[in-house]
Design a binder for this molecule. Structure first.
Ligand SMILES: Cc1cc2nc3c(=O)[nH]c(=O)nc-3n(C[C@H](O)[C@H](O)[C@H](O)COP(=O)(O)OP(=O)(O)OC[C@H]3O[C@@H](n4cnc5c(N)ncnc54)[C@H](O)[C@@H]3O)c2cc1C
Length: 317
């Protein structure tokens, strides 16, 4: 019996998770990408489990719940870069029960004495946080160690993923924002995000305010640094970090966690989230009839959804 061959286009978190699940099911896998994992959007993500700018809600909740369980298990197994983080979400008005609450195990209202001055409500919960510069290279090596072949190549069209010199029985399209030209799919658009990295003054809890008057604000401590965010700029293609935006991010994050006021700023980066009105996860066919499974358009939730989507890719395959 011959093994079926799959080519996964994309070596960000979505492509690597799909590659891993296909390997689980005995596929012979090639991962094809035009850049290294370190140059992907996935690499710079704050990478905390939290559904952001992704739809539709019912599928996002199901993929998010599966990914939550997978990452919680990875944290238990001490997979490099994956930890569970205590979190506090702050609100100025009663948030009610968040739509994503079913995916989180220990959600509870924050007590008054847990809230910084200007906040009247808060939610406490524990979620996975993935330190991507540690985890993503590990995941790529792990997938390679199980037999996946990595090819660095830029595709102009998805049909070029298969040819006489590189045959495949299945293509998985996980090119993130690249889907706009590659598929092509002009409903895929960038949502720019800028973040600031500061030295960690000893923080261990994530804090966020999605409705801060100055813009979204979040403080995500990692082992040696803290990610301060962020922006969510629809349709903006320029990924050059802006110094004034960085200053504003630090200022509003200081409202949430005053301890970061004097932390050394290490750098500021911006990335383009691959947004789409809804995540595309479905089976289609290339021009030559080869089946393709599209897995892109995860917006601000690629890390939050990757493993749930990867399971569905493996089912569809
Ligand atoms: C500032 C910021 C903070 C974020 N924080 C979070 C967070 O806390 N939680 C969360 O869940 N998500 C977060 N995200 C979103 C997350 O980063 C994305 O949803 C996720 O990285 C998408 O992963 P992906 O694998 O689809 O795309 P990418 O990581 O962009 O990977 C795409 C891959 O496709 C390849 N490719 C593209 N075009 C071609 C082509 N033509 N030929 C060959 N290869 C191609 C690329 O080389 C790359 O390997 C954040 C994003 C930003 C910018």
């Amino acid at each position: 019996m011959t093994t079926s061959r799959a080519t996964v286009v994309g070596a960000g978190i979505v492509g690597l998770a799909a590659a891993s699940r296909l390997l689980d099911r005995g596929w012979e896998v090639t991962v094809l990408a035009d850049r290294s994992t370190a140059e992907s959007t996935s690499h710079l993500a704050a990478a905390v489990w939290f559904p952001t700018r992704a739809a539709p809600r019912d599928r996002v909740l199901a993929w998010g719940a599966t990914t939550f369980r997978e990452l919680a298990d990875q944290a238990r197994r001490e997979v490099p870069g994956v930890v569970m983080r205590e979190s506090l979400a702050l609100y100025r008005e009663d948030p009610g029960e968040p739509w994503w609450s079913a995916a989180v195990e220990d959600l509870r209202p924050a007590r008054r004495d847990e809230l910084p001055g200007c906040y009247s409500h808060g939610l406490r919960f524990t979620v996975p946080l993935v330190e991507m510069p540690v985890h993503l290279p590990w995941l790529a090596e792990h997938v390679a160690g199980r037999g996946a072949r990595f090819v660095t190549r830029r595709l102009d069209t998805l049909d070029d993923a298969v040819g006489p010199t590189h045959p495949a029985d299945l293509v998985v399209a996980a090119p993130g924002l690249g889907a706009r030209e590659l598929v092509p799919d002009d409903t895929v658009t960038p949502v720019r995000g800028q973040i600031v990295r500061v030295a960690n003054p000893g923080l261990t809890r994530s804090v966020r305010d999605e409705a801060h008057p100055g813009g979204r604000a979040y403080v995500h401590p990692r082992a040696h640094d803290v990610i301060l965010g962020g922006t969510l700029e629809e349709g903006v293609w320029d990924a050059t970090p802006d110094p004034a935006t960085a200053e504003a991010i630090v200022a509003r994050c200081t409202d949430l966690v005053p301890e970061i006021a004097d932390a050394d700023v290490l750098d500021t980066v911006a990335g383009l989230r691959p947004a789409r009105p809804t995540v595309r996860l479905e089976r289609a066919a290339l021009a030559d009839g080869t089946p393709v499974i599209h897995d892109y358009g995860h917006g601000g939730s690629g890390v939050t959804l990757a493993w749930g989507c990867a399971d569905e890719v493996a089912e569809l395959a």
